[in-house]
Design a protein around this ligand. Structure first.
Ligand code: PGA
Length: 254
């Protein structure tokens, strides 16, 4: 079921290049998000910019991280733990983004990260999605496998704190977004897969968002007809006016 309050997350990925540029982009976005904004807006900058952005956080913009490790501390060179993120005011964390999975992240690691994030009261935004689409609909099985893996060991109460971002890999950064019909079918499929693992009333409450070449020009249609409750935005989140227009597309109601 669509949530009344939309969630729009800006995933800055490895951008911008300097702290000064990050502060500028953030301040531009800040100016465009009104205090009465109806959506929950999250910015997920690179780790190094988090402390600086946290200093001037807007009441309507929550801080997100792009990844985390499931260990809290220890011999895991180069990693950042959930406790460290929480200490800087981070509330959301992307987990299992396809660009992380492409570097070798497995479904098992994704599941461990979900548990670790919840332990720290961070909202895990778990990315799932097929690499390509075949004519027979086999790709649905890839998505089902990811859902099963990410939810392993979760209670119904824990599951309700998880956000699932459907991001078909073929749509990420390509300019080729999934159609609203594709998104709607996937929303129904995710709910039915979760219903097999949990109860329907639990499955229907899970917040689902779409990501993959979301822009000002397609956001309204994807939002009203796709059946999901918001967006995970990459490229278009690096341009304040475009990002604000996407947020606004969710504020006009259904
Ligand atoms: P995109 O990226 O909006 O640039 O396609 C989305 C994402 O990777 O989260």
């Amino acid at each position: 079921m669509k949530h009344t309050q939309a969630l729009v997350i800006g995933n800055w990925k490895l951008n911008p290049g300097t702290t000064a540029e990050a502060k500028l982009l953030y301040s531009q976005i800040r100016k465009k998000v009104s205090k009465n904004c109806l959506a929950t807006v999250v910015i997920a900058p690179p780790f190094l910019f988090i402390p600086e952005i946290a200093k001037t956080i807007h009441p309507k913009i929550a801080l997100g991280a792009q990844d985390m490790h499931y260990e809290e501390r220890g011999a895991v060179t180069g990693e950042i733990g959930g406790g460290q993120l929480a200490a800087f005011g981070v509330q959301y964390v992307l987990i299992g983004h396809s660009e992380r999975r492409a570097l070798g992240e497995t479904d098992t690691q994704v599941n461990k990260k979900v548990h670790a994030a919840l332990k720290r009261k961070l909202t895990p935004v778990v990315c799932i999605g097929e690499r390509t689409r075949d004519g027979q609909g086999q790709f649905y099985q890839d998505v089902a496998t990811q859902i099963k893996a990410l939810t392993t060991g979760l209670t119904a109460v824990q599951l309700q704190k998880v956000v699932i971002a459907y991001e078909p890999i073929w749509a990420i950064g390509t300019g080729l977004n999934a159609t609203a019909e594709n998104v709607k079918e996937m929303q129904l499929f995710i709910v039915s897969t979760l219903t097999k693992l949990f109860e329907r009333k639990v499955a229907e409450k899970i917040l689902l968002i779409y990501g993959g070449s979301v822009k000002d020009s397609n956001a309204r249609e994807l939002y009203t007809q796709g059946g999901m409750s918001g967006f995970l935005v990459g490229g278009a989140s690096l341009e304040a006016t475009e990002f604000a227009a996407i947020i606004h597309a969710t504020e006009l109601g259904n």
